[in-house]
Design a protein around this ligand. Structure first.
Ligand code: GLU
Length: 337
């Protein structure tokens, strides 16, 4: 059975999953808008999940700002907002299963220790898909003999207390095929990219890779729409689904091309102020913002203002250009009218 088959036998459900680390910018908005429009058209239920585990990057109040912008655009949801921090038992249950299977070990290696040992391996093994960017360090397995089967919770209480150790999963060196609805099959091998995957960070909180799988399972997600900078994460998550005995619950994936700046890097603060709130405050209309998104998604051949309903009716994911989309001065000028 493929991912797609298993996903369609359950009630369709998706999530908007912002990390509250700052204001929503045009790149994030494009992802949420496509996710929302697909969901509304196809009848998928939508959960708003605020991913607040990313301490210390999370910023108080930024969840509210994100919600405010989504509401202003007209993006809504059927359930939520749900947060992650109140659900430590959920992550602990998954860690129990991994520990019982003898897959968890404690690791005290620092970034610079890993960097010292792995520089050679990264330079000699470029990613054949070109998706992983080559910025991550590959963990060489130094602490693999520190397996913890019992009592992991006494040492890792999931209380956000800094620890000299993180918890990793023994990660088999094996290619994983990710079936993406937009990109087709993509083959990645987490063991060759990052080595043993971190599931509890030194911050004392569950790491993103574990939390997202546990949440998506618990919340019965069938469709995941996000940026293709997360391809490499998706392979790690597929592996975690399998290790948790949930291979039949892997969602259907839609990875969207990134919005980048003129320098070829992911759209971010360095490219100037692309916060949606700044455009709103300067008087840009929702229709202009949606019009730019429509242009970026291949719906229109030039930029013009568009309503949310028009966007939703016209969106065709197979027409989204798959190369990264560049945010240009002309885009900015159009928004400023
Ligand atoms: N919270 C993540 C982000 O804002 C998205 C995670 C996901 O879609 O799985 O980049």
């Amino acid at each position: 059975m493929t991912n797609a088959d298993s996903a369609t036998t359950r009630p369709a459900r998706t999530r908007l999953a912002p990390t509250p680390t700052g204001a929503l910018h045009l790149g994030n908005l494009r992802t949420f808008l496509v996710n929302w429009a697909l969901a509304r058209r196809e009848g998928w239920e939508i959960l708003l999940r605020i991913e607040d585990l990313d301490s210390p990057r999370t910023k108080p109040g930024s969840d509210r700002q994100i919600i405010d912008i989504l509401e202003w655009i007209g993006i809504d949801w059927d359930r939520g907002p749900e947060y992650q921090l109140p659900h430590m038992d959920r992550y602990a249950g998954a860690l129990d299963r991994l520990a019982q299977r003898g897959l968890l070990f404690a690791c005290s290696c620092t970034r610079s220790e890993i960097a010292d040992s792995m520089e050679f391996a990264r330079a000699s093994e470029p990613d054949p898909n070109g998706f992983t960017g080559g910025r991550e360090l590959r963990y060489p397995g130094t602490c693999r003999d520190r397996i913890i089967k019992e009592g992991w919770r006494e040492r890792f209480p999931l209380a956000g207390i800094e620890s000299p150790d993180c918890l990793r999963i023994l990660t088999e060196d094996r290619p994983i095929t990710l079936h993406d609805a937009l990109a087709g099959p993509v083959v990645l091998n987490p063991a060759r990219e990052v080595g043993d995957i971190v599931v509890v960070a030194k911050s004392g909180l569950p790491a993103y890779q574990l939390a997202v799988v546990v949440d998506d399972l618990d919340q019965n997600m069938t469709h995941v729409v996000r940026g293709n900078d997360l391809f490499s994460s998706t392979a790690r998550q597929i592996l975690i689904y399998r290790l948790l005995g949930a291979a039949d619950r892997i969602p259907r994936w839609f990875h969207l091309p990134l919005i980048i700046g003129p320098d070829g890097r992911k759209l971010a603060k360095r490219h100037g102020d692309s916060r949606v709130s700044s455009y709103r405050d300067a008087g840009t209309s929702v229709e202009r913002i949606i019009g730019l998104m429509a242009y970026w998604c291949g719906i229109t051949a030039s930029r013009w203002a568009m309503s949310l309903d028009e966007f939703t009716a016209a969106l065709d994911v197979s027409s989204i250009p798959y190369d990264p989309i560049v945010f240009t001065p002309e885009d900015d000028a159009f928004l400023r009218g």
